[in-house]
Each structure stands twice: as C-alpha cells, then as structure tokens.
Design a protein around this ligand. Sequence first.
Ligand SMILES: C[S@@+](CC[C@H](N)C(=O)[O-])C[C@H]1O[C@@H](n2cnc3c(N)ncnc32)[C@H](O)[C@@H]1O
Length: 243
Amino acid sequence: MGVRRCRGEHMRGWVIPPPREPVKGEEEFRRERKEKVASLTRKGYLRSERIREALLKVPREDFIPRLYRDYAYEEVPLPLPGEEATISCPHSYPLFYEPLGLDRGHRFLEVGLGSGYGTALAREIVGEKGLVLAMEIDPVTLAFAENNLRRTGYHDVVLVQGDGGLGHREGAPYDRICMTAACDQIPPPLLDQLEAGGRLIAPIEEGGVQNLVVLEKGAKGLERKVICQVLYISLRGRYGKGG
Ligand SMILES: C[S@@+](CC[C@H](N)C(=O)[O-])C[C@H]1O[C@@H](n2cnc3c(N)ncnc32)[C@H](O)[C@@H]1O
C-alpha cells in the first residue's frame, strides 16, 4: 500500500481553538455527530457498520474538557489534563480501528487512554463478549478519563495506570492492540502479548516521519502495512525517547 499523507495529531502545527464557555446543547451535538459520521463515510475513513454505530452512539463532547467542549466535532486535537495528553481528531478513530479490523468479541488493548473516548468506542465495537483494557502512564490524565467513562456509563472497561509499552500480561493475549503514542520500534512485550493472527496498529517514527503501521502476527511472522503518515505525541516510558 502506498503512503498517503493524512492529518495526524500534535499540538505543534495545529491551531488549537481558544478555550471558551460552552454554549452548545445536546441537540446540536447530536446533529454534529451525525454530520461527522456522514462526512467520515464520504471521505472513506469509515466503512464498517459496527464502527459507524459506535461513532453515532458515543457522545464525544462528554470526553472533552469543559472549555473545549464546543469544538468536539472539529478536526483538531484538543488538550487534556495531564502532562502531554490530547484527544485525537475525530477521523483518527476510524483511521486506526478500520485497518485494525476491530470487531465483536475481540480482546483489545489500548496503549494511551487519553480522554477515554477511543476506549468507549472500542467497548461499543467489541460488545459484551469482548474485553477492553486501556493503559495510561499519566495519573492526572487517567483520572480525567476514568471520570468521563464512569459518567457516560462505561463501567466495564479495565483501566490500568502504568507504562503501556510493557503491556499488561494479566489480560494477554490480545486480539487487537492500538498504540496512540508514537515510538521508534514496537515495544517487544506488546508483540509477545499479541494473539496469533492478531493485529497491532501504531505510529512509528522512521526516516524523519511517522508512519501509521499495522502489523499482523501471521504463521510466517509479522506482516507489515503502512497506512499513511501521521503526527502523534511520543510514547513515554521504557520504550519511549530516553527510555
Ligand atoms: C494521543 S493521546 C491518546 C488519545 C486517546 N486515544 C483519546 O481518545 O483521547 C496519547 C496518550 O498516550 C499516553 N501515553 C504516552 N506514553 C504512554 C505509555 N508509555 N503508556 C501509556 N500511556 C502513554 C499519553 O499520556 C496520552 O494520554
């Protein structure tokens, strides 16, 4: 697959809208959500019905700090409480979850919980028989996400504070792993914890750019596909810069 440049996420290079008191109501957000899903479908980001239903159901505005709430459906990452965290732009979720093939019944590990929005979407997609386990290194960000998830009724996701580069052996093996922070190489513990036939998606820094890479653990080893170029915040911890 060729490399296509797509909008990624970084505070650098993005014009972050100014914080302001929210004025939009539930009805307006519902309309914006429907329009966003229609636009993601038209642009080819969104194809599967299960991911579409999840995007229509989860109220993204409830995962955003109050002073940025009105920008919930704009294609811009927004700052979150914590050291470096952001909620990714709306198109990032189908951009990651479609090639990952996230589906009903999967055991899913997310590295980089952020706002909890991607976690809530994953919960909707994998359904009751699946598992969603999300890791966050920053305790302030984790507390923010936990509050968002509990308030919106997502009590059945497992949240773990710690270095997601090490994965979480207690929940392994995982059918699907999604990293939302960029690294130079896929942390080996995550490959160990990936089920045979499973897939992992991550932004990888290589040759001065970040490529969004999908790996599949096949019988003959790892198959690799580059989806497009992105710009994500860097992974921290053991497999991050200076780790
Ligand atoms: C782009 S944000 C996540 C966006 C998130 N998916 C959402 O829906 O809001 C990346 C997150 O990865 C976290 N992070 C960075 N390094 C990490 C690590 N080693 N383990 C776990 N989380 C990490 C950051 O603190 C940040 O919250």
